[in-house]
Design a protein around this ligand. Structure first.
Ligand SMILES: [Zn+2]
Length: 312
């Protein structure tokens, strides 16, 4: 790879399924990237899809080190944290959903807030909002340029007292953990009794079906979306959630009233050009409609997973 300055970023680690601890899995796909053959596998017991083996902390340190990775040298360690106006429509949709469940002035923590775009938007919905992120650079940028009330800290070691928040949000965060349970446990600690957790994460069921049954038309997908692979990002997304496994993980972490929500045309990523955008809206309507009709997790092809759960 042209941007790799060293032969390998380091070793990968074999781990059991974080939900059920099983080692028994079937192969979904192999993605060759950054000099590794990343294996995406599906647990035969609980059906969690994950990257296994996954990057070790040594691999990640090397990946983000400009001395080893030319992307980081060119764009900086935290290029992914730049504020994205494109996410604002999604933020409004999520905040409207939360507003319908919580009173004005509710205390909100956005865990994995990057530069705090969601936190600032939440203030306009009368939430008393703060954010927390593991990136010191992102937190410093958000404080300086967006005047956002942000704190530095890992999701599994939050710098807040017990029962400090009425609601915690995690947007595009859960998929980055190879084991989400330390973070979910920590979020339970900082939530007040009956506090709400909201998680938004990509829905990987369509891509799983694609790999399993539609492999032959993968080149068509790649041509239409101008991508070389399906969006597994297996070096960065270490767990690939479906509504079934997400709700199971939340229940396993001790949350109750775990449910998913449908939001019309929900999309948190960058916008598409016109023909593709029309196709996306059509797909989104079909996905939402099919789920409303059947309520079956095995037919849940909604464009993203949006789940809420309540602390017991
Ligand atoms: Zn499992």
């Amino acid at each position: 790879m042209r941007f790799m300055k060293i032969h390998s970023f380091g070793p990968l680690e074999e781990k059991p399924c974080p939900i059920c601890q099983s080692d028994d899995s079937s192969l979904v796909t192999v993605e060759p990237v950054f000099g590794e053959d990343f294996h995406v596998v599906r647990c035969r017991n609980c059906r969690l899809i994950r990257t296994n083996p996954s990057p070790s902390s040594e691999w990640k340190d090397c990946f983000y080190d400009p001395a080893c990775n030319g992307i980081m040298a060119a764009q900086g360690r935290d290029f992914v944290y730049l504020p994205s106006e494109q996410r604002h429509p999604a933020y409004h949709s999520i905040l409207k959903l939360l507003k319908s469940k919580l009173p004005a002035g509710a205390r909100l923590l956005d865990a994995g807030c990057a530069v705090g775009g969601f936190v600032k938007t939440a203030e306009n919905y009368s939430f008393e909002a703060v954010g927390c992120d593991y990136s010191e650079t992102a937190v410093a940028y958000g404080k300086q340029h967006c005047n956002a009330p942000l704190f530095h800290g890992q999701a599994d070691c939050l710098p807040f007292d017990d029962a400090s928040f009425d609601v915690v949000t995690m947007l595009e965060v859960l998929e980055h953990f190879s084991d989400p349970f330390p973070a979910l446990e920590e979020i339970r600690r900082v939530l007040c009794p009956s506090g709400t957790l909201l998680i938004e994460t990509p829905n990987y069921l369509p891509y799983y079906y694609f790999e399993r049954y539609l492999k032959k038309i993968k080149p068509l997908y790649c041509k239409a979306t101008n991508k070389q692979h399906l969006p597994w990002y297996p070096f960065d997304h270490l767990t690939h959630w479906t509504s079934e496994t997400l709700l199971r993980a939340l229940a396993t972490a001790g949350f109750k009233q775990c449910i998913t929500h449908s939001i019309k045309n929900f999309r948190i990523d960058t916008p598409m050009d016109r023909p593709l955008s029309r196709l996306f809206r059509l797909y989104s309507s079909v996905g939402n409609g099919l789920y409303q009709l059947t309520k079956m997790a095995s037919l849940d092809f909604r464009t993203a997973l949006i789940a809420t759960a309540v602390k017991q």
